[in-house]
Design a protein around this ligand. Structure first.
Ligand SMILES: Nc1ncnc2c1ncn2[C@@H]1O[C@H](COP(=O)(O)OP(=O)(O)OP(=O)(O)O)[C@@H](O)[C@H]1O
Length: 762
């Protein structure tokens, strides 16, 4: 180990306050330790996960008293019954009736067995005794057959009921969850609750009916046996308790050990699954290989696999021990019971046949008791998860979108935003404070500004995804609060920077924009993909429109980020909405594709009935918008056309925010060393000139510029037009320091960048 290493480890042990030779003085963080565990070590691997949502009720049944479990059981059973009844009343009634009848058959069977035994143990010749026993034996057989049929009925009823309950609850959960207001979904605690409800609550809800049936089966069986014993001789009842209580105690201990172990086990399973997933997943595959992380991950996987192995073995041993203990204690108790039984029959307290019946009842009760104990623990613990699921559903009901029963009329002429404020739930400050704007149909509007300044929030308010905390948004004369939020959402198409890659066919990936994955308007779909440039992408797929866009499917294809973006733009266009919001959709597209999208969306056949809102950090793409709003800290600080904003100065004579940002971006495309201020001004002025469709300005040092290259696409854009300074023969592109690209107007790659690339930079 080097001296430096020694120093490092010393620092680590002595605390970060003691600066060492390589201590990162003044940094936000102390130096990290030289060795760290990838995951917790030691006995309690689950400790750090105790607060994880999926650990909440894990092993709870083992920590709760049996009396409490028994106390809650009737309410749990009532709730499951209610659920089943709502899903299918007939099947539920059938299951209940058949189950009770089956238990009665079992009890009558026991009584008939006692009668048969009485006949068989009576005085007289064997043939005579058999003859007398025959009717009872026949009855036993008949009752057993009836019980078999009734159990079949229970199984059929349960088979009909369980999938119905599952479907009903799952659909209710999904229907409510997917409509919940967006601001609730943003909340991490709500998201945890939703996951918990999905992977625990729903899972246990699905098992609730079969569990209730087996609990009822076992409990009724026990009750039947106890009833028969009470009929045979009242003293047999305490004898039954004497025999089953030790057995029951052993069963409770075993069930609790299982529950606790399961809790540890599932923590380990979650951990190990994480490593399995990292080793197998497609997304992590390139990085796992590139960083040669296989060994480290495999070692970690093995560490957990060994612990699971130990946990399995430990549980097995523990179960065997508890079973042995239970058998020993239970055996002693049963031995004592049988001895008491023998004494009672020998001394004439009880007829021999009743003793035989008691023997049968006690034997069958012992097995049934174990089932009852396990089932009641399971039902108790699962009910806690189901409680959470029901609370979540209740919350979802309260968080459904704003509904008034009134729908927004189709289309809009003007959207008027007046003094809008918006604060995210639990946020310390307003995301928007006092925003006002007017958006007219047929116009293109840009929202620009620094990260976190409120652009996307404004777009989401316009889309009806959030309701203003204060202020108003009117679609023509209708205030958004007066109509169903979903009727606003249906009129706004949003294309986001990270669009969803729907694992559906290429066509469905387009039509889902209009809320369908099974129907299409072929003409509209073709027009949308052509405008967005996705036509070439889809044409190159093996099954074109029907190609599944996911590698998870057979013959599925994966698209590159840029191609997904084109499909997303097509989706937005296909929606044919009154408002189209493009929130940096072209960030992952190549320069040509980006140019083509802006050409189509901003300058193509601009629909007179659509408001197009463009959110972009690349200011070259917004220059031709009819209106640009500059956001800062949730307010609009400047607004106007590109030209207005480039002329704007603040009260203290400084360039406005837009102009400052624009100039900064422009400077990144200048040839180093940084261009002279005059050249920069020339670039900007030339662009302005182009936008104003008038000759370019005079530039110092004879700069002449190709306005089209920097101004971005324009509707009547003469792409070969050159703006010349009157006295400068040389073009900016060839002028040192101008930083402008030479080449034809077809150089779309250069057009799409904030400023054209330098010659030779590609
Ligand atoms: N879901 C959310 N929950 C809480 N706060 C949020 C949420 N989304 C955004 N914010 C906050 O609201 C403010 C405005 O965010 P917004 O996303 O609208 O900014 P933006 O201008 O679109 O930023 P960017 O350019 O980075 O996309 C920021 O302070 C942000 O942290």
């Amino acid at each position: 180990m080097s001296d430096t290493d020694n120093d490092d480890s010393q620092n680590h042990h002595e605390g970060a306050d003691v600066p060492g030779p390589r201590q990162n003085r003044g940094a936000l963080l102390p130096l990290p330790p030289a060795r760290a565990a990838a995951a917790p070590e030691g006995e309690e691997v689950g400790d750090e996960l105790q607060s994880a949502y999926w650990m909440k009720w894990e092993g709870e049944a083992a920590r709760t008293s049996v009396w409490r479990i028994l106390g809650r059981l009737p309410a749990i059973c009532r709730r499951v019954l209610g659920l089943a009844y709502r899903a299918d009343a007939r099947a539920t009634a059938a299951v209940v009736v058949f189950q009770i009848a089956s238990s009665l058959m079992s009890a009558f069977g026991l009584l008939a067995s006692v009668r048969a035994l009485s006949a068989l143990f009576a005085q007289g010749a064997t043939s005579e005794r058999i003859h007398h026993a025959l009717p009872s034996l026949g009855l036993v057989a008949g009752l057993m057959a009836a019980q078999g049929l009734l159990d079949f009925g229970v199984a059929r009823g349960q088979a009909a009921l369980t999938p119905k309950v599952r479907r009903a609850v799952e659909q209710e959960f999904l229907r409510l969850s997917c409509h919940v207001r967006l601001e609730a979904v943003d909340d991490a605690a709500f998201a945890d609750e939703a996951h918990k409800a999905n992977d625990r609550g729903l899972y246990y809800m699905r098992q609730a009916v079969p569990q209730l049936v087996s609990l009822a089966h076992a409990a009724l069986g026990l009750t039947g046996a106890a009833g028969v014993l009470a009929v045979l001789h009242p003293l047999l009842l305490p004898l039954l308790f004497l025999s089953v209580i030790p057995q029951g105690y052993a069963a409770v201990r075993s069930a609790r050990a299982q529950f606790l172990s399961h809790s540890r086990y599932s923590t380990l399973q979650r951990r190990i699954r994480l490593f399995t997933w990292l080793l197998l997943d497609r997304d992590s595959a390139p990085e796992v290989r590139a960083s040669t992380a296989q060994r480290a991950l495999l070692e970690e996987h093995e560490r957990f696999a060994r612990r699971i192995e130990e946990e399995d073995a430990r549980l097995g041993r523990q179960e065997a021990n508890v079973a042995l203990w239970g058998r020993a204690v239970g055996g002693l108790a049963v031995g004592a019971t049988y001895a008491a039984l023998a004494w009672m029959t020998a001394t004439g307290w009880m007829p021999l046949a009743a003793g035989g019946g008691a023997f049968l009842a006690i034997r069958s009760s012992r097995g049934t008791l174990v089932s009852v104990v396990l089932a009641m623990h399971q039902m108790y613990e699962h009910a806690l998860w189901i409680d959470d699921l029901e609370r979540h559903l209740e919350r979802c009901r309260a968080l459904q979108p704003h509904r008034t029963g009134r729908r927004l009329a189709k289309g809009v002429k003007t959207i008027t935003v007046t003094d809008v404020h918006y604060t995210y739930p639990e946020a310390g400050r307003d995301a928007l404070c006092g925003v006002s704007m007017t958006l007219a149909a047929g116009s293109t509007v840009a929202f620009v500004g620094a990260n976190g300044s409120g652009k996307s929030t404004m777009a989401k308010l316009l889309a009806g995804l959030y309701v203003p905390t204060k202020g108003s948004i009117c679609w023509d004369d209708t205030e958004v609060r007066e109509v169903d939020a979903e009727s606003i959402q249906a009129q706004v198409a949003m294309v986001l920077q990270d669009p969803v890659a729907w694992p559906l066919s290429a066509l469905a990936n387009v039509t889902i924009g209009a809320g369908t994955i099974t129907e299409a308007d072929p003409q509209r779909a073709l027009a949308a993909v052509t405008e967005s440039g996705a036509d070439k992408v889809i044409a190159s797929l093996p099954q074109q429109w029907s190609t599944p866009l996911s590698k998870r499917f057979k013959n599925g294809q994966e698209l590159s980020g840029g191609n997904w973006a084109k499909v997303a733009v097509a989706r937005g266009l296909y929606q044919d909405a009154a408002v189209l919001v493009l929130d940096e959709p072209t960030a992952s597209m190549d320069a040509r594709a980006e140019h083509a999208v802006y050409e189509a969306v901003l300058h193509g056949e601009r629909r007179q009935d659509r408001i197009t809102i463009l959110i972009s950090h690349r200011l070259s793409s917004v220059t031709s918008c009819d209106m640009i709003y500059v956001f800062r800290d949730g307010r609009i600080i400047e607004s106007g056309t590109h030209q207005d904003l480039m002329n704007h100065t603040t009260t203290d004579g400084q360039p406005g925010e837009y102009r400052a940002m624009f100039t900064l971006q422009a400077s990144a495309y200048q040839t180093p060393p940084a261009p002279s201020e005059s050249a920069e001004r020339c670039v900007i002025a030339a662009r302005d000139a182009h936008l104003m469709r008038k000759p370019g300005p005079e530039c110092a040092a004879g700069h002449t510029t190709r306005a089209d290259a920097e101004a971005g696409p324009g509707p009547k854009h003469d792409r070969t037009e050159k703006v010349r300074a009157p006295d400068g023969p040389a073009e900016c592109a060839s002028s040192p320091g101008s930083g402008l690209a030479a080449g034809s107007g077809e150089n779309e790659g250069a057009d799409a960048a904030p400023f054209p690339r330098r010659e030779g930079s590609r």
